[in-house]
Design a protein around this ligand. Structure first.
Ligand code: PGA
Length: 249
């Protein structure tokens, strides 16, 4: 069984004052914890400070996106190497908000994930269908296409994480049913095994979309769910830790 990963995604939320929440999370878990991995992906402005404030703790810090290149004339962008330098160990790539807001295609997402691997970060590669794609019965096709296009050539099964986030469940309070989650996670697992052989059984597959302390136990109990990517409920230390504790049971 792959080790569970409980990952927060603060999105475009958080000022220096909110680092108190990061400190509360890192102080609440024992440094030697053998339970699930615990991660907060933060706005780039907070990564260096959050990393130093959680140094030596069980909590890891990640970024929310990265540019495919290492450096150069790309005003406003942030490279995977810069995230690593600031103390990150993970980075989310291909979140549906970036696919929609910034026109990030599968090809761009694959190049960002490759950049993460180059820099020594673990990419969390997001896939997920929109409501109209689900209504049209295209879920499995959409996920298969995103999986084929978004995982870079040079990836090893253990070096990446995949997150299934149905777009209609993100920030809406509308959670996918256990059956819907199980169906897609099974498909993702099959695709990983096809691509990586047996090693594909070790890749973590996270669920994301309106996960909270009230529904986390059920979601985490679904077959092939190896953790969660949590937006809104990761902003408050109490909620995020409640989900972590459920995962640790
Ligand atoms: P949510 O966001 O938990 O607020 O729905 C999840 C995500 O977008 O990663």
């Amino acid at each position: 069984m792959p080790r569970t990963l409980i990952a927060g995604n603060w999105k475009m939320n958080g000022l220096i004052a909110n680092l108190a929440e990061v400190e509360r999370v890192s102080a609440a878990v024992s440094p030697s914890s053998e339970g699930p991995e615990l991660l907060l992906c933060l706005p780039a402005t907070l990564i260096a400070a959050a990393s130093s404030r959680s140094d030596g703790s069980h909590l890891k810090i990640g970024g929310e996106t990265c540019h495919p290149k290492e450096k150069g004339a790309h005003t406003g962008d942030i490279s995977a190497e810069m995230l690593k330098d600031a103390g990150a160990s993970y980075v989310i790539v291909g979140h549906s908000e970036r696919r929609a807001d910034c026109g990030e295609t599968d090809q761009i997402v694959a190049s960002q994930a490759a950049a993460a691997l180059r820099a020594g970060l673990t990419p969390i590669i997001c896939v997920g269908e929109t409501l109209s794609q689900r209504d049209a019965g295209d879920v499995l096709d959409v996920i298969s296409t995103q999986m084929a296009g978004s995982i870079p050539e040079n990836a090893a099964a253990g070096a990446i994480v995949v997150a299934y986030e149905p777009v209609w469940a993100i920030g809406t309070g509308r959670v996918a049913s256990s059956e819907q989650i199980a169906e897609v996670h099974r498909l993702v697992r099959d695709l990983l095994v096809k691509r990586f052989g047996d090693a594909g059984r070790g890749t973590r597959i996270l669920y994301g979309g309106s996960m909270n302390p009230g529904n986390a136990a059920e979601i985490l109990g679904v077959d092939e769910v190896n953790g969660g990517l949590i937006g809104g409920a990761s902003l408050k230390a109490d909620d995020f830790l409640a989900i972590y504790r459920l995962a640790a049971q």
